[in-house]
Design a protein around this ligand. Structure first.
Ligand code: MG
Length: 158
């Protein structure tokens, strides 16, 4: 058995007049994440972790923001494409672990729905999807509620 790991990180700016999407679900908040796509930092971090594990670059290479077809795109669709690529190389996902860093909103009530949604997108069990959320203790741009960031780590087998 061959094992791989991959790491992903993303940060997006919070802005008014955008819906907030995190982990493939919409979260009620008065701001949303700016981006060419729906701005879902968590799904972007997971996508990059998966691509990194198979040495396939990053989502900017596969889904360039210069391409109008990705404007406002649901990041779950991008992640599904990445899963197809990973599976096509003969890899299966063991588990995914993640950290979301957001000063606001409080994400505790949304962790379970996010976990379920990501498990469904990745077609793995919910107990193989770790979701952690923390504030930035008021520090820096995340602490000032100007941005939300996410980290992801994946393990694959072939
Ligand atoms: Mg992004």
């Amino acid at each position: 058995m061959e094992y791989r790991t991959g790491i992903g990180y993303d940060i997006h700016r919070l802005t008014e007049d955008r819906k907030l999407f995190l982990g493939g679900i919409e979260i009620p908040y008065f701001k949303g994440l700016l981006g060419h796509s729906d701005g879902d930092v968590l799904l972007h971090a997971i996508s990059d972790a998966l691509l990194g594990a198979v040495a396939e670059g990053d989502i900017g290479v596969h889904f360039p923001d210069s391409d109008p077809k990705y404007r406002g795109v649901d990041s779950a669709i991008l992640l599904k494409n990445v899963v197809t690529l990973v599976n096509g190389k003969g890899f299966k996902i063991n588990n995914v672990d993640t950290v979301i860093i957001a000063q606001e909103p409080v994400l505790t009530p949304f962790k379970k729905p996010i976990q379920k949604r990501i498990a469904a997108i990745l077609e793995i069990n919910e107990d193989a999807v770790g979701i952690k959320a923390k504030t930035n203790e008021g520090l820096g741009e995340i602490g000032r509620k100007e941005a939300i960031a996410a980290y992801a780590l994946v393990s694959l087998r072939r």
